[in-house]
Design a protein around this ligand. Sequence first.
Ligand code: ADP
Length: 544
Amino acid sequence: MRGQMMDRPLLVSLLIEYAGRYHGDTEIVTRAVEGGIRRSSYAAVERRACQLANAFARLGVAPGDRVATLAWNTDRHIELYYAISSMGAVCHTINPRLFREQIRYIVNHAADKIVCLDLSFVPLAESLADELVPVRHYVIMSDRVHMPATPLAGALCYEELIAAETTDFAWPSLDENTAAALCYTSGTTGNPKGALFSHRSTVLHAFSVCAAGLIGLSMDDTVLPVVPQFHVNAWGVPYAAAMCGAKLVLPGAALDGASLYELFEAEQVTVSLGVPTVWLALLQHLEANKLKFSSLQRTVIGGSAVPPAMIRSFEETYGVRVIHAWGMTEISPIGTANTLKKKLAALPPDERFAVQTKQGRAVFGVDLKLVDAAGAEQPHDGVARGELLVRGPWVIDGYYKDAEASLAVFDEAGWFRTGDVATIDDDGYLQIVDRIKDVVKSGGEWISSIDVENAAIGHPDIAEAAVIAVPHPRWGERPLLVVVGRQGRVPDKASVLQYLAGLLAKWQLPDDVVVVAELPHTATGKLLKTQLREMFRNYPLPEA
Ligand code: ADP
């Protein structure tokens, strides 16, 4: 028997209509790329999204067309999200930190018709324009006063484009499975691969971001996503904030510790989200200047493993709760979040921090399973390791126009292979052991590079650590620890190894420690281990 309920599609346009109507005066505050602070609201963003949609329609954007953005977190970028998806086109966020070759590839692969870009990225677009074949127009996200003189063919001024249009646009009633947004994974090997999110997956994911089991975002919150809108849609915050009417604070291009701190305080931010490297810089700024947060309550950290020392420092020094989360571009991106079961919240701090170091429990909607190399399912006992597979309504079922890449990533039952090795304990807490390609295979044992990095980061002289496998004649591979010193200090090898000996088994200890000025990162802030492996390919280990 069918239920007798209305079949109303879950659409991105509903989010901005709702926020415009019921949270119309709630602020959206931006550190503008041109300088200064700009104050907007959900009502204004809704009106301007309608104007943009009219402008795009006039420029020939048809349903399903890709309109790209090369932009920081700003109110205009939020307007673009809503205008493009709501009119039935696809909002393709380009990560400007990708290599030029990758940007060239994805713009052509996506066949972007229009690219909307911040002033910061005009030189990048100018230098690539000859190779961006499908692009008809460049919309520069600026007013007339700040428009640069540019040779970009068909360059348009965002504010002029909007000003010429009416604030009425009837959002089409789309099938909820229509594509809404496109995001390419940076792909450390091969070409980037596109995850094509639907309206339905986007709205369902937004419910999940608002849920108490994750951030519990609400209209009482002021949320500042440090994670860029070009990195898996700022983890869904632009949609979730509209859904619950949270005040949005957008940092624009200024992601250094001092600028972020100033914004956190001036706007009384209560919740934030970002990758560990960003918090590293922010915490160093606070430490160096003896500062405290006056309003921040909780922060979601993911994208890479959060060092235990960071969770402790946030809580004990700054009174901020860390919610460690795990996800991937292919999962929209959130899969798990570390909020504590009642019995675990009552544990003594050290035991509790150990639990919080894990990547957390599946959010409703995402199923997890672990399989061994032969595909046999592994128990959730906190010990058995296996590759992590997932399924759910916001997990991709194929890569955009890439049948070959799609073939390799699903098992026979249709679960998505994450490429992560993990354990899951009997309370359901997932712990990422490593990427399959990053574990160090030493003799018969697997050494988790993440375990060694987490241990190393606790050393007082170490700011950041990376462990890679180096070929070894006897053991096959052995771990090499590469570190960056904290605040100009140079970590001493003997002291680091002695420190690690208290935390790791003997066979897990790195064979050598190298100090570098800086570690290479991917476009999304992860350690770029392929480059490190290349740099240390012929590294002579002491006893080898
Ligand atoms: P890209 O590097 O292309 O942006 P993603 O952001 O999709 O790729 O990266 C997803 C991967 O990041 C996961 O498969 C996992 O290896 C890693 N990752 C994400 N969150 C965490 C976390 N909290 N702890 C450890 N690894 C994480």
